[in-house]
Design a protein around this ligand. Structure first.
Ligand code: HEM
Length: 423
């Protein structure tokens, strides 16, 4: 690693930063301060190691797209953000491989996430969402929106897509939560990983020897049974898909609903004109920036970013959480503007070759929920003040642990009857 020409090494701030600002939806204020003063700087990681931190949109994109940058977490010098991170990322899915082998594996999975394929899933996903609205209405308020909807919907969708039994959802959700908590010990993460690996291994084994229709089954038939991909590699990738398929979108549904309730004028705009919902989803993805620990890389070769020399072996922190609030790209970034021009330029799904594979699916699920939730649950409101909401400040993905809500259930029953054509 190089010595920094720009910063006193002793003065390097500790990283990661916490969300400490006045607004619970905004990323850490430290990103803005650094962007204004030292946009490429050194930070100190938990193990005393130093790494480069980038806070400008243009620099973050340049680094994430640079061929000298590696995502390979098995490399000796790879920087980790905490001990748990080190354990979970050592098990390498294709997300932690570099091209060309990364691209080759990604290509095998891409057909399941095309816009066309995702659009075919839309009516089925709508049915799943309405099923959970129905359960909420039958049980009546109050309810925990996270458990009963935000987590339930993407978990059900992910299980359906992958061919995993939704009856096991509590098992895998709780283990993934340990893995994603930045405060989990290495031991806890190791134990959770071992249980998840054993579970996914069993799921994949159940797919052998028959013709399957679900993603994991088809993957086994087409690539594992043919000897092209090893069973062990398939288990690691299936683990990634199950995790990425539910946890991320769940956080967006919970946090997005809360943000809309906190901004009633913005909410009224999409309620008046539902064609605005896809655009609103992009702004919510930017504004909430749930991928708060995403974007860690290693320099494989020497290169320069905005005249700053980076040396082979340097750790690179390229937080997508910083760029979404770069005011040279998103003016007044702290304002939630559901029709913001250019909101889709956010980097919440990452950037470059590792950009999120599941983004069409996430976008579809989010637009289906935000287009319907306030109609199905009229008068939806939180039961606690904002400062008592349980935010996941210490998780890899920002979100809510729970959200107690109520709504007008008589009105909800009437809406449901009308929807079914009962009136
Ligand atoms: C709102 C929801 C989501 C967010 C915010 C999100 C965010 C991200 C981010 C930031 C990355 C890049 C990580 C990096 O560069 O290190 C990523 C990659 C990935 N995501 Fe998502 N994701 C979401 C939903 C999904 C869904 C529904 C799936 C589908 C199962 C999925 C599957 C993946 C996969 C497989 C990768 C690795 C891609 C690669 O390395 O080529 N994600 N996601």
């Amino acid at each position: 690693m190089t010595d920094s020409p720009m910063t006193n090494e002793e003065a390097a701030p500790n990283y990661p930063f916490s969300r400490d600002g006045a607004c619970p939806f905004a990323p850490p204020a430290a990103y803005q301060r650094l962007r204004d003063t030292e946009p490429i700087t050194r930070v100190r990681l938990y193990d005393g190691r130093q790494a480069w931190l980038f806070t400008r949109y243009a620099d973050i994109r340049a680094v994430l797209a640079h061929p000298a940058v590696s995502a390979e977490t098995l490399a000796e010098d790879f920087p980790f953000l905490n001990p748990a991170d080190k354990v979970s990322k050592r098990a390498q899915s294709f997300q932690r491989w570099d091209d060309p082998r990364h691209a080759e594996r990604r290509r095998k999975l891409m057909p399941y996430f095309t816009i066309k394929r995702v659009e075919q899933m839309r009516p089925r996903v709508r049915g799943m969402i309405e099923h959970y609205y129905g359960e909420l209405i039958d049980a009546g308020p109050p309810a925990d929106l996270v458990e009963k909807l935000a987590l339930a919907v993407p978990s059900t969708v992910a299980c359906d897509l992958l061919g995993v039994d939704y009856a096991d959802h509590v098992f895998f959700e709780t283990r993934f939560a340990v893995r994603l908590n930045r405060n989990s010990s290495a031991e806890q993460v190791r134990a959770a990983n071992a249980e998840l690996t054993e579970y996914v291994d069993r799921v994949l084994r159940s797919k052998y020897g028959k013709r399957n229709e679900d993603l994991l089954g088809r993957f086994v038939n087409d690539h594992v049974e043919t000897g092209e991909v090893s069973h062990e590699d398939a288990v690691i990738d299936a683990n990634l898909l199950l995790l990425a398929g539910h946890e991320t979108t769940a956080n967006m549904i919970a946090l997005g609903t809360l943000a809309l309730l906190e901004h009633p004028e913005e909410l009224a705009r999409i309620q008046r004109d539902k064609t605005l919902v896809p655009q609103a989803v992009e702004e919510l993805l930017r504004y909430l920036t749930i991928s708060q620990s995403m974007g860690v890389r290693l320099a494989k070769d020497d290169f320069e970013v905005a005249d700053c020399p980076i040396a082979a072996g340097d750790g690179l922190i390229v937080p997508v959480a910083a760029d979404n609030y770069d005011d040279s790209v998103f003016p007044s970034p702290h304002t939630l503007d559901l029709t913001r021009p250019g909101a889709r330029g956010h980097l919440t799904f990452g950037y470059g070759v590792h950009g999120c594979l599941g983004q069409p699916l996430a976008r579809m699920e989010l637009s289906e929920v935000f287009a319907t939730i306030f109609d199905w649950l009229p008068g939806l409101r939180t039961d606690i003040p904002l400062d008592q909401v349980d935010f996941k400040k210490d998780a890899v993905f920002y979100g809510l642990r729970s959200l107690p809500v109520s709504w007008d259930n008589d009105a909800a029953r009437a809406v449901r009857r009308q929807g079914k054509g009962d009136d």
